[in-house]
Design a protein around this ligand. Structure first.
Ligand SMILES: [Zn+2]
Length: 240
């Protein structure tokens, strides 16, 4: 069989292999990368919700503690007031009185603190609700996109199987030695083993192809490889 015919078949094969290559690249890199990205987004959303939830709980504990402090102060005031009437001397009386004034000052500070914490709780509650809604939306987005990616992977598998069948039919007629070169290049040259010569340049690596090489290609005696990228050179006008 003429070399021209072999090259024609290789070109057909290259079209199929290029599709297979791109599908595989999508499945092996683009899909896992997208999957990882949406997973990270969802994890981040979970973290933000947990932080808002922890803050909300922490503020409730803080409020409860302040309320207990306030109750203790109020209890102290009550006791001091009861004592007040049992005291004998002016000195004791005025000392107790100033203790009560000091306890009351502390109490009102605690009351102010509690009001502040209640404001903080209100804000934290609002934030928690927002994070909860966001988490629910992000979870749905995560599931939807994961389903979409799974479906895409399955679709790719089906298409690659079809293309592999097509390839199996095409390679049957290709010269074994030529096919070996082609397959090796396909693996080592990112899915492109063939390069069209156009305007005296290699169509794949764009380096110059000298006149002597172009003549060799046109003779169709043996395969001619690009001196820069080692791909199999062909002249599209000759082949079509
Ligand atoms: Zn080249």
């Amino acid at each position: 069989m003429q070399l021209k015919d072999e090259l024609r078949k290789l070109m057909e094969l290259q079209k199929v292999d290029w599709q297979i290559y791109n599908f595989n690249r999508q499945k092996e890199t683009e899909i896992p990368e997208t999957s990882e990205k949406i997973k990270i987004e969802f994890e981040q959303s979970k973290k933000e919700f947990s932080a808002a939830d922890a803050k909300f709980k922490e503020l409730h504990v803080k409020k409860k503690n302040k309320e207990m402090d306030l109750a203790a102060k109020e209890e102290g005031i009550k006791k001091a007031q009861t004592h007040l009437y049992q005291l004998k001397t002016n000195k004791e009386y005025s000392s107790k009185l100033s203790e009560i004034v000091s306890l009351k000052a502390d109490s009102s500070l605690f009351e102010e603190d509690i009001l502040r914490v209640m404001d903080e709780i209100e804000a934290a509650d609002k934030k928690l609700k927002e994070e909860k809604d966001k988490l629910a939306a992000d979870e749905k987005k995560f599931k939807d996109e994961t389903d979409k990616l799974d479906a895409r992977a399955k679709d790719i598998d089906a298409q690659v199987r079809q293309l592999e069948d097509k390839k199996a039919t095409l390679v049957r007629d290709v010269n074994k030695r030529i096919l070996d070169y082609y397959e090796k290049l396909l693996k080592s040259r990112n899915g492109i083993a063939m390069a069209a010569v156009s305007n005296e340049n290699c169509g794949a690596c764009h380096m110059k192809v000298n006149a002597q090489q172009i003549n060799e290609v046109k003779m169709y005696v043996d395969l001619v490889f690009c001196e820069s990228c080692a791909r199999i050179l062909y002249i599209p006008e000759d082949i079509q």
